[in-house]
Design a protein around this ligand. Sequence first.
Ligand code: F6P
Length: 367
Amino acid sequence: MSGRMRIAINTGGGDAPGLNGVIEAVVMSTWNRHWDVYGVKQGYHGLLNTDEIVHLTPEKVRHISCQGGTILGTTNKGNPFKMAVENAAGDTEIRDVSNKVVKNFQRLGFDCLIAVGGDGSLEIAYDFFKKGIPVIGVPKTIDNDMAGTVVTFGFDTAVSIATEALDRLHSTAKSHERVMVVEVMGRHAGWIALNSGISGGAKVILIPEIPFDMDTVCKKIMEEELHGERYAIVVVAEGATPAGGGIISQGGGEAGRQDVLLGGVGAMVARAIVEKTGKDTRSLVLGHLQRGGSPTTFDRLLALRFGAAAVRLVEQGQFGHMVGLDPPDIKAVPLKDVIGSQRLVPLASDTIQTARDIGISFGEPPA
Ligand code: F6P
């Protein structure tokens, strides 16, 4: 690639600590190449209504890598291929408005879109690539479930917040001799629950990769009691399911949203513990606290590295690829290889074995 490039950048899906670091690195790297970069607001909405597209310059992004959220805004309801719109009768219907995005992209003279997002947003980016938009992807998610990269930024921050919360719960749980059930995010992957649960001293960790049995969970709590441990911390991933049961979600979903909103399994587990053990039990949902605030140093650095690497891919003309961490390198990964695949916790991993070795139960049904 040569000449003065015009780059557009957007952030899509749920926010993750580190998004601003990607934006900062993209702006600084393009500035040093004498290119122009434009921020597109609220995912793809900013390419449907182009009024708010903003020219990004170094002074607008100076050290924003230390801030959570995204200065461009984001949404998980804005898929232009399946947009929820209100028709003349006032009803919501789903329409494909992707041609308008392509037209606006071309009218504004952009040479490339750097799309920062999770699996859903990068699937949309890939669909636009197939429609002729030169796209480079940057993977993000606190859930750490993206294929093609060993880790995503946002995950380390989410795990640190969850671990700190577990640390704090020990003293109150111990004082009251209670069971504290903590529901954490992660969608259909158990990375946040596993890493925070081990680090935060949980006795039981329930993850989507291992369907759980309440009798086993309760047996573990009562065994601990026999050994003098009269309180317990139980970490439950929001996507964990009882053996033979389904995921617990929050109702019928939101208009224009592709995925179901998970939640409620922690409260369900807590109720079952009370019924089966009679132990005083409380449940709490950490929720969006896991996504808020300043990214950890690890996430800032990874975000800055991803942003700079994305600009190098633009320079090399590697469109249709995303950046991915393959230590010690950042590699170009074809989007077509990662779309639709989730990276779950491998059950044969050393981390799972570590949990078992130190006496943590995954609540597996008896063999
Ligand atoms: O994908 C990130 C994530 O935080 C999931 O862990 C969670 O299920 C979902 O987003 C929550 O979405 P929302 O921000 O729309 O409530």
